[in-house]
Design a protein around this ligand. Structure first.
Ligand code: SF4
Ligand code: ZN
Length: 366
């Protein structure tokens, strides 16, 4: 059995590596003093609402994607990175450029530190730069929440102690792409390259410093039916909340360039999840987790062919409801949504696994 799984896994690794192809060699050399992106959104901060600055640093990218494992089946963040690693001083300059966007904002503020991989990986983000960025945040009393992202391997005692000692009383969360609590889904459908135990260990290590974990849950990895995707995501939401994840963020798959998911989608073998599926995961998930756990979703490319979508007529209303729910945590925000396409979605849930046919709508002019 294990042998069979390992053989399947090696096929997935080789398909992911092939999909990534030579794109890694053609990555742009970006301006090392400017972040890949930065923006401000309204966000849930603890029990209230405030402004959040998200910064995507330009770095050499995720170690998992750069290595021989080919990276995750749905992720092309590596392409947001730069081919030449920026120096610590340049990363600090990237942060200063992004922080200026907060000049006119009032408390409470949140700062989300993203890279195309792991903020806590010192190969990707040198420790000196990490310290300097955290110290700048520590000097700003308006900032009450800090979110960083990392693979569990880098959630070490020394890293979490450093976060806590510099950021003091602030609410800190480490976002980890758990994707699924199901070992096989994570290993074979996502090619994630870490185990549930690794995730749990990271969570415990973070907890020692009173640092929360924001668990990212992937809705509908490849090779799953729409119905299985709902079941898997709801179970993952429930189990990660039970492990004391402070926030659970559900992320419907979107089709990114040079990925295995993109190849399957191009061949008509994959459709991103329906927005109805996202609503269903949020409704069921919310009813099954403790009230103090935030359940949020900010779907990327929603309403577009490459993102979670419905028929095109109801998409905007459903996306608005998903965003409202993520801010107010009130399940009433998800009520009263309807459209003729809901029947099509229900049909997919009932028949997709029997028909073994991927209900694709790529040819509807999206
Ligand atoms: S999803 Fe995260 S771990 Fe996977 S390749 Fe992308 S950045 Fe790396
Ligand atoms: Zn519709």
């Amino acid at each position: 059995m294990e042998d069979t799984l390992e053989r399947i896994q090696s096929v997935i690794i080789s398909a992911s590596t092939k999909a990534r192809g030579s794109s890694i060699a053609f990555r742009r050399q970006r301006n090392p003093t400017r972040p890949a992106a930065s923006w401000i959104t309204t966000s849930r901060i603890g029990n209230s609402t405030g402004k959040a600055l998200s910064v995507v640093f330009s770095t050499i990218g995720c170690s998992h994607a750069r290595g021989e494992s080919g990276g995750c089946t749905m992720c092309s963040y590596l392409l947001d990175g730069t081919s030449v690693p920026p120096s610590a001083a340049e990363l600090v300059e990237q942060f200063a450029a992004a922080m200026s966007k907060l000049d006119d904002e009032e408390a409470p503020l949140s700062v989300k530190l993203y890279t195309s991989g792991s903020f806590l990986d010192s190969e990707e983000f040198p420790s000196e730069a990490m310290k300097s960025v955290l110290e700048t945040i520590a000097q700003d009393p308006r900032i009450t929440q800090v979110v960083v992202e990392s693979r569990p391997d880098y959630v070490t005692e020394s890293n979490v102690s450093l976060l806590r000692s510099i950021l003091g009383y602030r609410h800190i969360e480490i976002g980890i792409g758990l994707e699924s609590m199901n070992e096989r889904v994570r290993m074979l459908c996502v090619n994630k390259g870490f185990s549930s135990d690794d995730f749990e260990q990271a969570l415990l290590t973070a907890k020692q410093q009173n640092i929360g974990v924001r668990a990212y849950v992937l809705i509908k990895p490849p090779f799953m039916t729409e119905r299985d995707a709902i079941l898997d995501s709801v179970l993952t939401v429930r189990q990660s909340a039970a492990l004391w994840a402070s926030t659970v963020s559900v992320n419907p798959v979107n089709i990114q360039r040079h990925t295995l998911v993109e190849q399957l989608w191009t061949d008509g073998l994959y459709r991103p999840p329906w927005l109805w599926t996202v609503v269903e995961v949020l409704k069921r998930g919310h009813s099954e987790i403790p009230q103090e756990t935030n359940l949020v979703c900010d779907p990327v490319a929603a309403g577009k062919a490459r993102g979670a979508h419905n028929c095109g007529r109801c998409d905007q209303a459903v996306i608005r409801a998903i965003r409202d729910f993520s801010l107010d945590q009130d399940p009433k925000s998800l009520e009263g949504l309807d459209c003729e396409c809901k029947t099509d979605w229900e049909h997919v849930l009932a028949h997709e696994d029997v028909s073994l046919y991927v209900h694709s709508d790529r040819h509807e002019g999206r």
